[in-house]
Design a protein around this ligand. Structure first.
Ligand SMILES: [Mn+2]
Length: 469
């Protein structure tokens, strides 16, 4: 069987900016080229936002319609947890960190499932049989959960390979060794990943990688179809999709032709004067512009080193704004400078994230509850928010003297901090009660922050402000 993997299409990324077509253009090429696959799997972050604009939804549907030209050669095997009626090429998806919502809210992948476009999995498996050859494929899917709960949710799910089938475990989390930055906490380690699968597929990480993790653990990071960060690694690794031949076990990466070219140039400015710096910037840009491209390339220029020269980044941006999509920043130190005015612009936190931080700082509560409350308030569901607060029960071991408990703010905060390295007692209780409780909770994992858009590249305000409208 031929299985295609298309991940992190981020439909709607850069909406209402110069890049508003990019996510659709890139994904459309991937969809067109995989329409003949027996099965297509989509490991999360199909959308850039958990509540996409209707224009974004509509344009994504145009892309998904490419698959309606395909044929469905699969039937569900009796071991399957779920069944679904596919029109065209069968698509199986999980939701990612960008789509995850609180309990009681529908995410866009669930919506597509209801509309008949794809099968959404969360902690369940779809087992297929080829109608002619009888070959079996089992796709086990765990949708994205807040990083710190991932080991607990996976342990509770405990996916087991199906006999006589090609078994794929699909998830969307940071895994130790494959994280964005040193500040990202990957709660999952390679040891957590289940044994006995033919293939482990992890969305979330935006560059392709194939690793053989010990015995029986081939891990594929299919990468994204669009660049959402101006990192060096995104400039170095091409965007694409992956195909798997289940008979031979061959895994092939296919590069897309549609994505913009991307460049990451670090210029060391040690002891240079302002004009010398500008000269090197000009030379660097000339070299890039020598390559004739249809779409303006993505360029990030980082000025580093030590100099007392003054460089106006705004001038550089202005000079090249008609030629490239430019992100320019300086990390170099001058003797008088204290803080770069770029610091704020370069912050990776969205408006919504900052709002949540603010709410968290004003209420002395569990981070998870604050997340839930924030989403209810952001959706203007005030009655539900009041109900939610009223339903909050004090933990059993809460001291009777509530005044004493609230005075002890420092202790409470320390506990909350330590929850980063493992689930809190309260979460453990909820995990035990029902997995649904934990896995639909919307969390503050830093991986979310790390995927926030570069403010230099798009009108980033739009995508997060829609939460409040
Ligand atoms: Mn992503």
């Amino acid at each position: 069987m031929k299985i295609a993997i298309v991940s992190d299409t981020h439909f709607g990324y850069g909406w209402e900016s110069e890049r508003s077509n990019d996510s659709f253009d890139n994904a459309r090429e991937a969809f067109r080229r995989t329409v003949d696959a027996d099965l297509v799997i989509l490991p999360g972050d199909i959308y850039d936002h958990k509540v996409p604009k209707q224009e974004v939804l509509g344009r994504s549907i145009d892309c998904f319609n490419e698959y309606r030209d395909g044929a469905c050669n699969l039937v569900f095997a009796e071991e399957s947890d779920v069944e679904y009626e596919f029109t065209g090429t069968p698509l199986v998806a999980i939701h990612g960190t960008h789509e995850r919502r609180s309990r009681g809210f529908m995410n866009p992948i669930e919506l597509l499932d209801k509309m008949g476009y794809l099968l959404h999995l969360h902690n369940e498996k779809a087992v297929f049989e080829h109608a002619e050859t009888g070959e079996k494929v089992a796709v086990h899917g765990m949708s994205g959960v807040p990083e710190r709960y991932a080991p607990g949710v996976l342990e509770k799910y405990d996916p087991q390979p199906v006999d006589d089938a090609y078994n794929i475990f699909m998830f969307h989390q940071s895994v130790e060794k494959f994280v964005y930055t040193s500040k990202d906490h990957a709660a999952l380690t390679l040891e957590h990943l289940p044994d006995g699968f033919d293939l482990l597929v992890d969305g979330h990480i935006h560059w392709y990688d194939l690793s053989n993790i010990g015995k029986d653990k081939p891990l594929i990071l299919p990468g994204s179809t669009i660049s959402t960060q101006m990192r060096k690694i995104e400039a170095e690794k091409p965007k694409g999709y992956v195909t798997v031949d289940t008979e031979t076990g061959d895994v092939t990466f296919h590069e897309l032709e549609t994505p913009r070219d991307q460049y990451y140039e670090e210029i060391v400015v040690d002891d240079m004067s302002s004009s010398e710096i500008m000269q090197v910037v000009d030379q660097t840009m000339e070299k890039i512009l020598d390559n004739d491209t249809v779409k303006r390339p993505l360029v990030r220029i980082v000025l580093s080193g030590k100099t007392d020269a003054t460089v106006k980044l705004a001038d550089i941006r202005k000079q090249y704004r008609d030629d490239v999509v430019l992100s320019v920043s300086k990390t170099f130190k001058t003797s008088s400078q204290t803080a770069s005015p770029d610091t704020f612009k370069e912050s990776t936190k969205s408006v919504a994230e900052r709002g949540k931080d603010l709410l968290q700082s004003k209420v002395d509560g569990d981070g998870m509850h604050v997340e839930n409350l924030f989403e209810l308030l952001a959706e203007e569901q005030l009655d539900a928010a009041v109900d939610f607060v009223e339903d909050l029960e004090l933990p059993a071991d809460e001291p009777d003297d509530a005044t004493e408990a609230t005075k002890d703010t420092e202790t409470v905060q320390t506990d909350a901090d330590s929850a980063d390295t493992g689930p809190s007692t309260e979460v453990d209780q909820e995990t035990a009660e029902t997995m649904q409780t934990v896995d639909t909770v919307y969390g503050t994992d830093e991986a979310d922050d790390s995927e926030e858009s570069d403010s230099q590249l798009i009108n980033s305000g739009d995508r997060t402000l829609s939460d409040f409208s």
